[in-house]
Ligand binder design. Structure first.
Ligand code: C2E
Ligand code: MG
Ligand code: MG
Length: 621
């Protein structure tokens, strides 16, 4: 068998044998012709086989496929055309080149020879050179064909391999893209959800609000509303039962809200104990009905693993409309309404009123101004005398901060202390007032204005009271101002103690150890729990002026005031009555054995110079 190089390999072996140039079958019914041709070709190193008839030829071809067939046309059993036709019809033999051998007498029909699939023809009698030339020609053609075929096979194999590699690369790329997509989705999921409750977070909620606003822009009849929910006193749960229980509670709240809202409204956790809902209704009555359902659901306790917890929520409602440009604005308005609900007494709802926005802007301006006020020293302290009821003499002062606003004039602490509390500015303001008040009393003492010892009462806000470094700060101020701690009285409200009961007990003991006195301010307006207060080292109870103002000096029944004074005395506390405005009130309080009094009857809060003059005038009421 010849290979593409034109050399032959044996069928059993892949090693090329250079000597043999090809396997040629000669078919001729004339033995002399066979011999002659065989000799010529064998000399040229071809392997030659012979067949005397068509049948033999077919058998020899089937046994081993030759590289070339020299085929006589005229034979008794089967003519050369028929054999050639059969070979060409069979795919396993179709490729074998056939050279017809013909004597002139055969009447060679060249056209027929080629149409039967013949490759060439040789006329008898044979010309030696012609036979060799034609045979070599065909063998070379065949070798070229084979090489072509091989190259094509190689090319196809290479293309197949490349395609396979591309497919693999493509599959890998697809997998990578898929993995990246999954990862991206996962990251997006994390970035858009609250890990504790699994609810959408603020980012996703804002996005959904944006879509709701876009929908309104396209179709003005589309409506939606936003609820802003904030848990009331959640901090107490966290502080008393711990953060783990706090977290459990948040999960339970999320679950309860989800059950109420169903799939048509979107619930999100904004932060801490704040939730928001995007309601698919802009109808106020419908929104209120849902809100009432939520509020009702919160009247039932939450069964946590080891605790049963009651918690309520305050809810603000804002109705979506086309005037809203930013999703943050509608959320802000719902938040503002929620604040109003809280201020109105918690466990309630409020619908956003645009006037609220104006109020909020004013508050914001006030906050900005207040920050400046601290640095620009616009704050001043006034002093209101406290009188011993049985002697009518001044025993001390309460320091009360004021703000000398460049445009608004004197601003009442009732206006700015709550803002200072909310923003945390109260800490700074509080220490400033404390320092100023201690310094003032020490100065008056140094000036020996009076022989009687005076005390200075300073108000502490709940937030200041919760400062962990409060005692250290007070120590510092006392050291700086050189004031005897016995002369300092701190006024705090009952709720400030109750809301930080554990810390308060420790703190009050520390103050007691320093001989700093303690007053409960505005008694009667909050918890009013005398028995509870008994467990704290309190020196003084200040009865709120709302009680004193109910006393007209005539009726024998003067409300709870005598009762409070009595119990306070039994518990070892003295009593200051706040807001005494009339001599009748003063007389009556003296009759009730009230220890001290404070009020416009004696003096309004005075700036320091006037307070000093008042001390010097040694008044007696
Ligand atoms: P408070 O501690 O109960 O102070 C008494 C308030 O009653 C003062 O109001 C005082 O001016 C007012 N007052 C006194 N006598 C009478 C009276 O006869 N009739 C009437 N109608 N009012 C009287 P002010 O100065 O406006 O202070 C209000 C509240 O602001 C204070 O209530 C206190 O809670 C807070 N505050 C004032 N200064 C400070 C401060 O430096 N720090 C803190 N944390 N709070 C302060
Ligand atoms: Mg006070
Ligand atoms: Mg008071």
């Amino acid at each position: 068998m010849i290979d593409s190089q034109g050399s032959q390999t044996t069928p059993m072996s892949d090693h090329p044998v250079k000597v043999i140039r090809g396997d040629i079958l000669i078919v001729d019914d004339t033995p002399q012709n066979l011999r002659l041709l065989s000799d010529i070709l064998a000399q040229e190193a071809y392997q030659v086989r012979q067949a005397l008839s068509g049948k033999m030829a077919l058998m020899a071809i089937r046994a081993v496929i030759p590289d070339l067939v020299l085929l006589d046309i005229m034979m008794p059993d089967m003519d050369g055309y028929t054999i050639c036709q059969m070979l060409k019809a069979d795919p396993t033999t179709a490729h074998i080149p056939v050279i017809f051998l013909s004597a002139l007498s055969d009447g060679l029909d060249k056209a027929k020879a080629f149409s039967m699939g013949g490759a060439d023809y040789i006329a008898k009698p044979f010309q030696l050179e012609e036979v060799l030339a034609r045979v070599q020609n065909q063998m070379a053609l065949r070798a070229a064909e084979l090489r072509n075929q091989q190259l094509q096979d190689e090319l196809e194999a290479r293309v197949r391999e490349r395609t396979r590699q591309l497919e693999i690369a493509n599959q890998e790329l697809c997998r990578e893209v898929l993995e990246r997509k999954l990862l991206q989705n996962k990251l997006l999921e994390i970035a858009h959800h609250d890990p504790l409750t699994g609810l959408p977070n603020r980012v996703l909620f804002i996005e959904q609000l944006r879509q709701a606003l876009d929908a309104i822009a396209v179709d003005a009849t589309t409506r939606f509303s936003v609820l802003f929910l904030d848990c009331d006193r959640f901090k107490i749960v966290n502080d008393s039962l711990g953060h783990f229980v706090g977290d459990q509670l948040l999960i339970a709240i999320a679950q309860r809200l989800t059950n109420i809202l169903g799939p048509y409204h979107t619930l999100a956790r904004l932060s801490g104990d704040e939730f928001a809902v995007l309601l698919s209704t802009g109808d106020t009555d419908r929104a209120i009905a849902i809100v009432e359902q939520i509020l009702a659901a919160f009247t039932q306790p939450f069964q946590l693993e080891q605790h049963e917890v009651f918690i309520t929520v305050s809810i603000g409602i804002a109705i979506g409309h086309a005037d809203y440009r930013q999703p943050e604005h509608i959320l802000r308005d719902a938040d503002m309404a929620m604040y109003r609900a809280k201020a109105a007494g918690k466990m309630q709802y409020q619908i956003f009123d645009p006037a609220l926005h104006e109020v909020a802007l004013q508050r914001l301006q006030l906050e900005i101004d207040l920050r400046k006020a601290i640095y620009q020293q616009e704050l001043v302290v006034h002093y209101q005398p406290i009188i011993a009821m049985h002697t009518g003499r001044i025993v001390g002062f309460e320091s009360l901060v004021r703000w000398l606003h460049p445009q608004r004039g004197l601003v009442s602490p009732n206006m700015f202390i709550p803002i200072a509390e909310e923003t945390g500015l109260i800490t700074q303001i509080g220490y400033w007032v404390l320092h100023h008040s201690c310094q003032q009393l020490r100065q008056w003492q140094d000036e020996c204005l009076t022989e009687r010892p005076l005390t200075m009462s300073v108000n502490l806000s709940a937030r200041q009271f919760a400062q962990p470094d409060l005692v250290e700060k007070i120590d510092e101020i006392l050291a700086e101002t050189q004031l005897d701690p016995h002369c300092l009285k701190l006024e705090i409200t009952e709720s400030a103690i109750m809301e930080n009961a554990q810390a308060a007990a420790v703190l009050l003991q520390k103050l007691r150890a320093r001989h700093i006195q303690l007053s409960i301010d505005d008694f009667g307006t909050g918890y009013s729990s005398l028995s509870y207060l008994h467990s704290f080292p309190v020196d003084t109870l200040k009865i709120d002026r709302s009680f004193v103002q109910q006393m007209d000096g005539k009726s024998a029944d003067s409300g709870l005031v005598p009762l409070i004074i009595n119990i306070a005395h039994k518990m070892g506390m003295n009593v200051v009555a706040e807001g005494i405005e009339t001599p009748e009130q003063s007389v009556q309080l003296k009759g009730f054995n009230c220890d001290f009094g404070q009020g416009f009857l004696f003096s309004k809060p005075l700036e320091s110079e006037k307070a000093k003059n008042l001390i010097l005038s040694n008044p007696h009421w």
